[in-house]
Ligand binder design. Structure first.
Ligand SMILES: *Cc1c(COP(=O)(O)O)cnc(C)c1O
Length: 414
């Protein structure tokens, strides 16, 4: 099955007794049983079943199984937000005294989370570029995980997953990938060698901009060293599924960051059209990037442009696609604000992955609480505009952006 057919007819599209075409929303807190013995079996994981929606719910399960099938994992856990998914996944392998290796230039919220984790004794070592060499040099006895974004938001650095995974695995460390911006349509990090994939489903997976959510998928291939990852030791009998079972029966359940059933339903609807949306979004973004790059004085950061520093990975890892985010620089903060205000169709909003084109000035919003150095590592300058390209008609989008840029340079503003 190709991608779109699999979305609609894959084996994770479960049939259910009432024959609904879509997974029904199980908007309930708890599930009732005929006898105490039956409920005991559910609690002992001796029989399949649901007890309480923080721990498991049929709508969440339907959504988890679909993402798991697309990513090729052994199981998935859905969370209340992308940040909740990242936090839960990291705490699934780290405790006080441990270290994380991450690339600078990640999503701003994730960088802030790494700062928060310092207060719990978990230290993050940032490498400016994540390569096999920088990762190898940063590994210590305390390193428990290497964390990266496949396509970083908004820097648009692409991670060489097979090469970095190899270095991590030599040191018995897993590679966790935030693949929010890539989506399973563009790339499958587990097949490239990563151990765990995380998504903020709030973005492309939902697609309609109607609910916050996140998900963690375990690839089930990591040969855990239970002395090194002692937090997983109680789950040793599950071998390569130890991380998933720790989340399922322990950390995720206890932290309480579950997804709401209604959001899982909305995410399932969004998922149905992920393939066609991404196809359109990537082709729109490529056309818009080329049109903007042709304007003198405008610097464009988009992966399919031949001079992009990470261009080789477009064919190597991203199936020839550049994703939905592009950034461009217009010369000054004042010009950036003026261009944004002159746009007719692009909405000024702090989000990505919507079907509507969205724009923002990251330096004065998403990166307002980070240092100058962290900003620049994320490709965020005073004059950078970030665009999350939508599914509008390409001609209209190109005309809107080109006229906005031209109107600002014509008036000689700033
Ligand atoms: C938005 C985003 C997150 C955080 O997700 P939320 O659903 O907003 O909590 C994490 N990583 C990346 C790359 C994102 O774009």
């Amino acid at each position: 099955m190709e991608f779109n057919t699999k979305l609609l007819h894959g084996k994770s599209i479960l049939s259910n007794p009432a024959r609904e075409i879509l997974p029904p929303i199980s908007q309930v807190t708890a599930f009732k049983y005929e006898s105490m013995e039956e409920l005991e079996k559910v609690f002992l994981h001796k029989s399949m079943g649901f007890a309480y929606s923080r721990i498991g719910n049929p709508t969440l399960s339907a959504f988890e199984q679909r993402i798991n099938e697309l990513e090729g994992g052994v199981g998935a856990v859905s969370c209340s937000s992308g940040m909740s998914a990242i936090t839960t996944a990291l705490l699934g392998v780290c405790s006080a005294g441990d270290e994380i290796i991450a690339c600078s230039g990640l999503y701003g919220g994730t960088i802030s989370l790494f700062h928060d984790l310092e207060k719990f004794g978990i230290h993050t070592v940032f490498v400016r570029e994540m390569t096999p060499e920088t990762v190898r040099a940063a590994i210590t006895d305390r390193t428990k995980v290497v964390f990266g974004e496949l396509i970083s938001n908004p820097a648009l650095k692409v991670l060489d997953v097979p090469a970095v995974a190899e270095v991590a695995h030599e040191a018995k460390i897993p590679l966790f990938i935030d693949s929010t911006t890539a989506t399973p349509y563009i790339a499958k990090p587990l097949a490239l060698g990563a151990d765990v994939v995380i998504h903020s489903t709030s973005k492309y997976i939902n697609g309609g901009g109607n609910s916050i959510g996140g998900i963690i998928v375990d690839g089930g291939k990591m040969a855990w060293d239970f002395e090194k990852h002692s937090v997983l030791a109680p789950f040793k009998k599950y071998a390569k599924r130890a991380f998933l079972i720790r989340l399922r029966t322990d950390l995720w359940e206890n932290m309480g960051g579950c997804m709401a059933p209604a959001n899982a339903f909305l995410n399932c609807i969004g998922l149905d059209t992920l393939g066609i949306r991404m196809e359109r979004i990537c082709s729109n973004a490529d056309r818009l990037a080329r049109a903007l790059a042709a304007i003198p004085g405008i610097q464009v950061n988009y992966l399919t442009l031949e001079d992009h520093p990470y261009h080789v990975y477009v064919e190597k890892e991203l199936g020839g696609l550049g994703g939905g985010i592009l950034n461009f620089r217009v010369g000054s903060k004042e010009k950036a604000f003026a261009v944004i205000d002159a746009l007719k169709y692009a909405l000024i909003a702090s989000n990505i992955g919507d079907i509507r084109t969205l724009v923002i000035h990251p330096a004065s919003t998403l990166y307002i609480h980070t240092s100058q150095e962290e900003r620049e590592a994320a490709g965020v300058f005073e004059d950078t505009i970030r665009v999350s390209v939508g599914i509008e008609d390409a001609e209209d989008l190109v005309n809107d952006f080109v006229s906005a840029v031209q109107s600002v340079s014509d008036t000689g503003e700033a």
